[in-house]
Design a protein around this ligand. Sequence first.
Ligand code: ACO
Length: 323
Amino acid sequence: MNHAAVIGTGSCLPKRIVSNRDLEQIVDTSDEWITSRTGIKTRRIAGAGEENFHLAAEAARQALEMADVPAQALDLILVATITPHMIMPSCACFVQAEIGAEKAFAFDINAACSGFLYGLDLADKYISTNPDMKILLIGSETLSARVDWQDRNTCILFGDGAGAVVVSGSTNRGIRASNLYSDGRLWNLLYMNSADSMNPELQQEQEGCYMQMSGPDVFKFAVRSMEDSIRRLLHRENLSIDDLALVIPHQANVRILNKLSERLSIPEDKMFINVDRYGNTSAASIPIALDEVNRKNGLHKDDMILLCSFGGGFTWGALLMQW
Ligand code: ACO
């Protein structure tokens, strides 16, 4: 049986670094409050020439170069995002045009912060029926375009960036198992309106097309849901935390990740954290982290890596990958 195995990784962060001190100039907050509640110190914010698809395409170029796969050889491009710069065409189609992947078909996935995990699972399903496929999967966001910069509850949390992987079929490494969930009844804990409807009969009162969040509820649900999905996945695969080389979680908040480590007894050196530098980049956070570890030679042949996430929807899950 063939599985999707990562053969190249890449990432792209906007040039501009925004510190907590910079945010003190915009909203009533402090470096001390942000650091103690979230662990975030800086985030990258996109500027001119750094639209979502620009970041995504640059991350893709790096991943393709590492994989030694020309863009023309790609069969499929998937982009996990909740912040495409247009509703139509998809961000994936823009990436296709940017990198010149004429042979590929391309589409976006909206599963909020769990989009990259859902995308890996989907890529694995394509590979299982067509092992020769070369698939480019990107998580890419410009959340700075969709937060209310007057709202201190949300604007301090998010950042922009993109991460990418190229996957192809392998019989001895790759995705081993996944465990994905969603619960649409919880949509109002975390959501983002789209622009006003042009159909007068469908127009609704809304707060603006910004990220809206019930922070403490999201916090509790994030810890519970990731803990549960990891426990179930490890149990199903007859593995324990000791069998894992590394856990790469969605980077939302250091306190969430510390709680998760505490509940599952994950040693500090097995839990990868970079949210302090990039903030929450939603669907981009896991592939950015994966690329960072990979480029520092932090992953070794046969390492068992666990990815986990939660996000708007609600969506959540865990995935095991053998390197
Ligand atoms: N600076 C200073 N004070 C603030 C700020 C700020 N930036 N933001 C909120 N406060 C105030 C609040 O107004 C409140 O004041 P009050 O008591 O006078 O009303 C006080 O701080 C405490 O607010 P809480 O919401 O109780 O603070 P909490 O400890 O829960 O931390 C936080 C808030 C950081 C948002 C936390 O709930 C959290 O991290 N939740 C999860 C958020 C998350 O991960 N969201 C995204 C996930 S999905 C995705 O990735 C898209």
